[in-house]
Design a protein around this ligand. Structure first.
Ligand code: F6R
Length: 239
């Protein structure tokens, strides 16, 4: 059954440890897995732990391919707020994974063309094996924002006010003007999905997710259609 009511773990740290273990177990089974990685506050500690373990066991990520889930359009790529900087600092640079890493540019001259580039890369290299996601306060996954309809593949997203208030860009003086994101079909075609949800701010979106009503007004609800979703939550989010 997809999305069984999760047993909560004590806190963000234990969720992060469990998430790193979940990823590692699968990388051992399939070392050349294609990982799609969200950024933001929720998964970064798990990536740090993964990087720590890969330093003592370099075989762990020696063949994995990594795809960045999304990006803030209009913010220079090297600013600390970008999804790029989050991934580069936690995983890509310390482990030297640059040659097996792909992601949206943040200031492409032609954003549509940039989406087409990522879409054709994924069409050739996909599907995603392990998709690591966080839950938006408004139910977004990546920048698949609540709307009347959702888009299947890489696309330019109109950012909602909730996304424009995201903690990642709170201190960033350059405001994003759009988002670049993989689409819902890209996510749902992943072989396995891990969704991490932690903290009191996620109580309401988690409650809505577990409600089980599938609607484009709450994109994460489409996870109910996927047969292999693991949900790791902490007590604060499930309370
Ligand atoms: C970021 C992303 C977003 C976040 C979501 C939750 O790459 O894909 O969808 O996963 O906004 O963000 P946090 O974890 O900061 O609460």
């Amino acid at each position: 059954m997809p999305l069984p009511t999760p047993l909560p773990l004590p806190d963000h740290e234990t969720v992060s440890t469990a998430a790193a273990g979940w990823i590692e177990e699968r990388l051992v089974r399939q070392p050349n897995s294609l990982l799609c990685l969200a950024t933001g506050g929720t998964p970064m500690r798990a990536y740090e732990r993964l990087a720590q373990h890969a330093r003592s066991n370099p075989a762990l990520l020696a063949q994995a391919r990594i795809l960045k889930l999304d990006e803030w359009g209009g913010i220079p790529l090297d600013r600390p707020a970008t999804c790029e900087s989050y991934l580069q600092e936690s995983l890509i640079r310390p482990l030297g994974l640059g040659s097996r890493y792909v992601g949206f540019a943040s200031q492409p001259t032609d954003p549509k063309q940039e989406c087409a580039r990522i879409a054709s890369w994924l069409a050739a290299e996909g599907p995603i094996d392990l998709c690591i996601l966080g839950l938006g306060l408004n139910g977004h996954l990546g920048f698949n924002e609540p709307a009347d309809s959702l888009q299947p593949h890489a696309h330019i997203a109109t950012l909602t006010p909730e996304s424009l208030s995201h903690a990642m860009i709170a201190a960033e003086p350059v405001r994003p003007t759009y988002g670049l994101t993989l689409g819902m079909a890209d996510l749902l075609q992943s072989r396995e999905i891990l969704l991490m949800v932690t903290g009191t701010s996620k109580r309401e979106p988690l409650r809505r997710l577990l409600d089980g009503r599938i609607s484009p007004s709450f994109p994460a609800s489409f996870l109910w259609l996927h047969p292999r979703v693991t949900l790791l939550v902490d007590q604060a989010a499930l309370a």
